[in-house]
Design a protein around this ligand. Structure first.
Ligand code: DGL
Length: 278
């Protein structure tokens, strides 16, 4: 299949968390067009079964393909952990997730070989982060902790609230007792809590945001496949409707508001998609 270099990159998440990945793609690949889908009607994925997350991801991939995307970024740790291995065999365009890049960076970052991972219940249960990290370096011990309250707190906008701080203390104390020197923010919502997490873990623990490495992996992939968008007029970097398109399965106004608090450009509108139809 011949892919069009001018086509957009498709990005999806269960909701708004994947916008932290979009932010890095916008910064690092300023020529690329993006089509983003947030499954706000069915969030959270983090407590759902593999079968359900695969079914949802399949529908989203079908939708993104109607947008003629040249590649897909699964900007959701849960979908990357539970669905990517199935979906990648079904599509004929490149598709990448956030877990492999995040695991790789963490394995390179730790000095004492003790890494913590915070993520949704399903991502922790999948055991994918420990598996990938130990494949890179069997000396590393990985401690996982599911933090199910973080997603609703972020969605509520309580990213600097004392209540969230207290919740974070409760979750992270257990990992800090294990003497970790690296902590993976293994859910795309969590980088929005970065400053609060920094306060809780202190300066000595490195915080890994898989979104940075994911943007680099995407950049390398597009370059290897000669799929980089050559259009230099995108240098204007305006968030015009042609360059960046946003879709969600529910509450588009709320999504739009949230997106404008996360992204470097003002997005004008988000379009509703009946994702069950795909
Ligand atoms: N953004 C999702 C992830 O990275 C978490 C939100 C959810 O539970 O759907 O895992």
């Amino acid at each position: 299949m011949v892919l069009d270099r001018h086509a957009p990159v498709g990005v999806f998440d269960s909701g708004v968390g994947g916008l932290t990945v979009v932010r890095e793609i916008m910064r690092n690949l300023p020529n690329e067009r993006i089509v983003y889908f947030g499954d706000t009607a069915r969030v959270p994925y983090g407590s759902k079964s593999k079968d359900t997350v695969v079914r949802y991801s399949r529908q989203i991939v079908r939708f993104l393909q109607t947008q003629k995307v040249k590649t897909i970024v699964v900007a959701c740790n849960t979908a990357s952990a539970l669905a990517l291995d199935v979906i990648e065999k079904e599509v004929d365009i490149p598709i990448l997730g956030v877990v492999i890049p995040g695991a790789h960076v963490a394995a390179k970052t730790t000095s004492n070989n003790r890494i913590g991972v915070i993520a949704t219940e399903s991502t922790i249960r999948s055991n994918l982060y420990p598996t990938l990290i130990q494949r890179e370096n069997p000396e590393i011990t990985v401690f996982g902790k599911a933090c199910p309250l973080f997603v609703p707190l972020v969605e509520e906008g309580w990213t600097k609230d004392p209540v969230t701080y207290e919740v974070a203390r409760r979750y992270l104390d257990e990992l800090l007792e294990k003497d970790i020197d690296t902590l993976i923010m293994g859910c795309t919502h969590y980088p929005l809590l970065r400053s609060l997490l920094r306060e809780v873990v202190g300066e000595k623990v490195a915080l890994v945001n898989p979104a940075y490495e994911t943007a680099w992996v995407l950049s390398r992939l597009l370059s290897e496949l000669e799929l980089e968008n050559p259009d230099i007029y995108w240098e204007r970097q305006e968030c015009d409707d042609e360059k960046y398109k946003f879709f969600s399965s529910d509450a588009v106004d709320r999504f739009n508001l949230f997106a404008n608090s996360v992204l470097p450009y003002e997005i004008k509108s988000t379009t509703l998609v009946q994702i069950d139809e795909f």
